[in-house]
Write a protein that binds this ligand. Structure first.
Ligand code: BGC
Length: 494
């Protein structure tokens, strides 16, 4: 009896050991699988300098093609009709409407004329109700005009226009627009999760003016600008060396100052300044050199605009968190990193937003507490171990690094197109790049990586002549400034 008991104990402990071993093996192989997924993803996202240079060259080539003819490239290279950037002489009270990302803004700017600068500015901000992003043109524009009406109704008397003068507005509309003048243009397509079919092909200024009329707002739209163009104008107002603007926010894009003679498709009169601001719409850039993964392809297929905005889909704020979610989902399904069950919330597209990804990426606590909290709060995944949390941070780093480095390659492409990428050509003049957008402003690792990458690509000597400058709310102020320089009440605009 005694013996038998001992035997049973021996058999029992052997079974337990076997179980533990099997469990450990399963765990190790699961972990091995997770590591393999990570490694493969990392390799496919790799952006060595040589690749970035190819991307920059491809960008330059596409810029030429887009300037040569309408439809000549995926890069639209849109003519902005801005051939005079603000000088600082602008004077009066002007308004701006900024529509194009997650939020929508109304601004009032009081300009002091010659060296008076910006005397006063005030803004109101509202988020765009998601149903309006996919509803009708009328609903969206009515909402904007109603917000504008509220803003104007609440304003102090000192901002009222002199008798006989209409209020003037700069409209920052951050989507691809085929401009027909400085204050008119038709929408080419929506991006960034907007999809309102009845607006495509329509003059957005006419749409806004109709809505303002319905909402009882008496205002003239004096300038229609992309946010990049607004940022360039706002940036130039405070720094004369600004000649490129880049937005890295929900979406991404760049604008720069081009020689009018280098725009074969421009058939208007040569501007006196000899220059024209070009809205590149670089979000739609595509090249075989871009490091795309299966996650990117799947996200693109599932998107509202498949096949479009490929550069934007790997660099910008709307998508980085979603790419991360897709990789995590695969790891949950194939390697069980969050346990035997796949956490249901992880299956929801766009549940993991880039600001949350950024918070996890910047977690400096020894136990990666922020990562743990975010996984719990957003995805309802509790009790994650340190190893899993580290894996999440590694993934954040891969996704953000690829985006930031590609954005740096994009800037290099522009600098090359401007012929300013070598010491001889640059003449040692500084190019200031006005930067804006939530991703650039708030995702420190992304911003640092972008800036360091450009230094790496240009080399120490050249890199000092390219300076990044955060132009906070440059696009709104820029739009107001452009409304001022295109005001009905300015006699000589040359
Ligand atoms: C739009 C651009 C815009 C950029 C940044 C892109 O999706 O197509 O017009 O400048 O986002 O807001």
């Amino acid at each position: 009896m005694k013996k038998a008991t001992v035997g049973a104990v021996v058999v029992g402990s052997a079974a337990v050991v076997a179980l533990i071993v099997r469990h450990r093996m399963r765990k190790t192989s699961k972990w091995g699988r997770a590591k393999a997924i990570l490694k493969e993803f990392e390799e496919k996202c790799a952006t060595p300098d040589a690749k970035l240079k190819q991307v920059a060259d491809a960008m330059t080539v596409e810029m030429h093609a887009g300037l040569a003819s309408e439809g000549g490239s995926k890069l639209k290279m849109l003519i902005s009709y801005v051939d005079n950037l603000p000088t600082g002489d602008e004077e009066g009270v002007f308004y701006a409407l900024d529509l194009g990302g997650t939020n929508f803004r109304v601004l009032r700017v009081q300009l002091g004329g010659k060296s008076g600068g910006i005397i006063h500015q005030e803004f109101a901000e509202a988020s765009i109700p998601p149903n309006l992003m996919v509803g009708s043109s009328e609903a969206l524009f009515d909402y904007i005009a109603a917000e504008l009406a509220k803003f104007v109704a609440a304003e102090e008397e000192k901002f009222h226009q002199p008798p006989g003068r209409q209020r003037e507005l700069g409209f920052t509309f951050s989507f691809p627009i085929m401009q027909t003048s400085i204050n008119s243009g038709t929408l080419i397509r929506w991006t960034k999760g907007f999809s309102i079919d009845d607006t495509v092909g329509k003059d957005v200024v006419a749409e806004l003016e109709k809505a303002m009329h319905r909402q009882g707002v008496d205002m003239r739209v004096s300038a229609l600008v992309n946010d990049t163009v607004g940022t360039l104008a706002g940036g130039r107002f405070s720094n004369k060396d600004v000649s490129i603007a880049v937005i890295l926010g929900t979406g991404t894009n760049a604008a720069y100052v081009e020689r009018a003679q280098a725009i074969p498709k421009w058939n208007g009169p040569l501007p006196k300044s000899g220059e024209m601001v070009i809205n590149m719409e670089w979000g739609n850039f595509r090249s075989s050199h871009l490091p795309l993964t299966e996650y990117d392809h799947a996200m693109d297929t599932d998107s509202l605009n498949p096949g479009e905005q490929i550069f934007e889909k790997i660099c910008s704020g709307m998508y980085l968190g979603e790419i991360l979610r897709r990789v995590l989902l695969r790891m949950a399904e194939e390697a069980g990193i969050f346990g035997d069950e796949v956490p249901p919330k992880l299956k929801n597209s766009f549940i993991l937003r880039t600001p949350e990804m950024s918070a996890m990426h910047h977690d400096t606590s020894s136990d990666l507490r922020v990562v743990g909290d975010k996984l719990k709060d957003i995805l309802e995944i509790s009790n994650t171990c340190l190893k899993t949390r580290r894996l999440v941070v590694e993934l954040c780093n891969i996704v953000a690094t690829r985006g930031a480095r590609l954005a740096a390659a994009g800037v290099l492409g522009i600098v090359k197109k401007m012929g300013r990428d070598t010491p001889e050509e640059s003449g040692q003049e500084t190019i200031v790049v006005a930067m804006d957008g939530g991703l650039y402003e708030h995702y420190t690792e992304y911003r640092k990586c972008l800036e360091n990458s450009l230094v790496g690509l240009l080399g120490e000597e050249m890199s000092t002549s390219i300076v990044f400058k955060h132009a906070n709310d440059g696009s709104g102020i820029g739009a107001a400034l452009l409304a001022a320089s295109n005001s009905l009440y300015v006699e000589d605009r040359s």
